[in-house]
Design a protein around this ligand. Structure first.
Ligand code: AP5
Ligand code: MG
Length: 189
């Protein structure tokens, strides 16, 4: 299955993507993780991306697209993947759809996580990642509202958007995701 997770910072995308990818036996692809790794290694992409990430701005589409297309072409993605944090703009989604349809491997589902803003702030405040300081979180949340939420309409229009409540225990949220997959595929996971 090819699954993308959409949700604001702190919604639990990464946490649930790790759980689901282990459960399904497919890779977890996180653009945030790929970019943070590129920054650590000081690759050309990492050097370009770091100033955006530090301030909570989105890294330019062509930089991220390049990273994702390379990763998705690797053999371990042949049976699908759980993608977390990409696409996050409508142009990213359009280019990704074109790329996938050329390969004959369209997305099966886009799952939106809904979590109240105060919960997001509380979760990130207690996590303490480099970009979790209050001002940067504010910027990341506003980027989500302005640039990423239009994606919801985009996937709605394609008939593959499903929305889940992201509040609850890790098990409760995982169970909601499994129900979505069951409803789509008819298979219990
Ligand atoms: P990225 O790493 O993707 O960050 P993000 O989307 O802002 O979201 P987070 O990773 O902070 O949250 P999450 O939803 O994964 O939640 P998590 O599971 O960690 O992106 C970082 C930066 O990279 C961006 O700002 C941008 O600069 C760049 N970037 C990445 N992708 C890009 C793209 N496509 N285009 C352009 N730029 C891009 O959980 C958060 C916390 O909550 C954790 O502490 C967790 O333990 C806790 N938690 C999880 N679930 C629950 C629960 N059910 N109840 C209570 N606590 C919970
Ligand atoms: Mg994450």
């Amino acid at each position: 299955m090819r699954i993308v997770f959409i949700g604001p910072p702190g919604a639990g995308k990464g946490t649930q993507a790790v759980r689901l990818s282990e459960h399904l036996g497919v890779p977890h692809l996180s653009t945030g993780e790929l970019l943070r790794e590129a920054c650590r290694l000081k690759t050309a992409i990492g050097v370009q991306a770091s100033e955006y990430m530090e301030s909570g701005r989105l890294v330019p589409d062509d930089v991220v697209n390049q990273l994702v297309f390379q990763r998705v072409a690797e053999p371990d993605c042949g049976d699908g993947y759980v993608m977390d944090g990409f696409p996050r703009t409508v142009p990213q989604a359009e280019v990704f759809d074109d790329f996938l349809s050329l390969k004959g491997t369209p997305l099966n589902v886009a799952i939106e996580f809904r979590v109240r803003e105060q919960d997001l702030r509380d979760r990130l405040a207690s996590r303490g990642r480099h970009d979790d300081v209050v001002e940067v979180v504010q910027f990341r949340l506003s980027e989500y509202d302005a640039v990423t939420t239009p994606l919801l309409n985009y996937y709605q229009g394609r008939g593959i958007l499903r929305t889940i409540n992201g509040i609850g225990t890790l098990e409760e949220v995982s169970e909601r995701i499994h129900s979505v997959i069951h409803a789509i595929t008819g298979r219990r996971v």
